[in-house]
Design a protein around this ligand. Structure first.
Ligand code: PSU
Ligand code: MN
Length: 305
């Protein structure tokens, strides 16, 4: 039998940080390959790594390269994923063993990134948005594996809330059932990704990275399975006007339905259409909110040390 370390590849820089007890922040790669177009995806991936380092935190971008579950990528690997885009497999929990056995490549979703982060001993992860319960899920049963992962894997995920391509109310209900704490950074209101508010409340408001780190540490020390969702509103000056983004999302959802878009293609389809329909404005907001999440994630990771 092979042991875990024959599948897991931790980069020298990440391994060194872990060995020295310095903070590490996980980053995902589906956002690079499927979440943003080239070249903005590559620029953003590099800026995210630089932002983490600015806070004294080692970034560990996660992906599957030649069948290895990688925590920490080289710049060549980032560039490869950014240029390949949707040609690379979008890899969630179910895909990891197949890609590993085949020696194939994959860009990891929030769920798969959490799995690899946990294997590597990384507790904090920053991204843009998570998957959730899709609108119409009462018929389609389209509920992202990200939610199930938050229920079972001990990694804290910093995101900008859930976008209204999802059913925000049902997403919160699902997280409540699964026992996942939903925190709001300096807000009582669940942020909605492109906008800094929604009609929904978070479970707990927290006003400092230290307060969040204390909650993540308590969850870790208790040792029972499960992660935490930290929602961080997009800075107001970068938020989209609600009517503009709502119109684009509604049109993208109608087109997805018309064209019979299903399964793992749904989220990338909606993100790309919303970007086109807003003339690239949604992409600018997306980049700003991701960097804002990396900054908070890095401060939380640093405060845990
Ligand atoms: N939301 C975004 N950008 C993204 C994603 C979600 O704003 O790139 C990606 C993340 O990798 C997330 C995945 O884990 O989509 C969810 O896909 P699905 O809905 O198929 O579970
Ligand atoms: Mn889905």
């Amino acid at each position: 039998m092979k042991n875990l370390h024959e599948y897991l590849k931790i980069s020298p820089a990440v391994q060194k940080a872990l060995d020295e007890g310095r903070p590490v922040l996980a980053l995902e790669s589906t956002i690079i390959s499927h979440g943003m177009p080239y070249p903005q995806n590559l620029e953003t991936a590099r800026l995210c790594e630089a932002e983490a380092r600015k806070h004294g935190v080692e970034p560990a971008t996660v992906a599957i390269i030649h069948g290895k579950l990688c925590a920490g990528l080289t710049d060549e690997e980032l560039e490869y994923l950014a240029k390949a885009g949707p040609k690379v497999a979008k890899a969630s929990r179910r895909d990891l063993p197949i890609l590993a056995a085949r020696g194939a490549d994959g860009a990891t979703t929030v769920a798969a990134t959490m799995i690899v982060a946990a294997m590597a001993g990384i507790r904090v992860f920053a991204t843009g948005g998570i998957g959730g319960v899709h609108r119409g899920a009462e018929v389609t049963m389209d509920i992202s594996a990200d939610l199930e992962e938050l229920a079972r894997t001990p990694v804290a995920v910093v995101c900008a809330g859930a976008k209204s391509i999802l059913d925000l109310g049902l997403t919160l209900e699902y997280l409540e059932t699964k026992g996942v704490p939903v925190l709001g950074y300096r807000t009582e209101t669940l942020p909605a990704f492109y906008t800094d508010e929604s009609d929904f409340k978070v479970d707990y408001r927290m006003d400092s990275p230290e307060e969040i780190a204390a909650a993540v540490t308590a969850q870790r020390d208790m040792g029972y399975p499960g992660g935490m969702l930290i929602t961080n509103p997009i800075p107001h000056q970068y938020a989209m006007p609600k009517d503009v983004i709502d119109a684009a999302i509604n049109q993208a959802l109608a087109e997805a339905k018309e064209q019979g878009v299903k399964g793992k293609a749904t989220t990338p389809f909606l993100l790309a259409r919303v970007c086109e329909l807003t003339g690239g404005e949604s992409l600018k907001s997306n980049i700003k909110l991701v960097l804002n999440n990396v900054a908070l994630g890095a401060q939380i990771a640093a405060a845990m040390h």
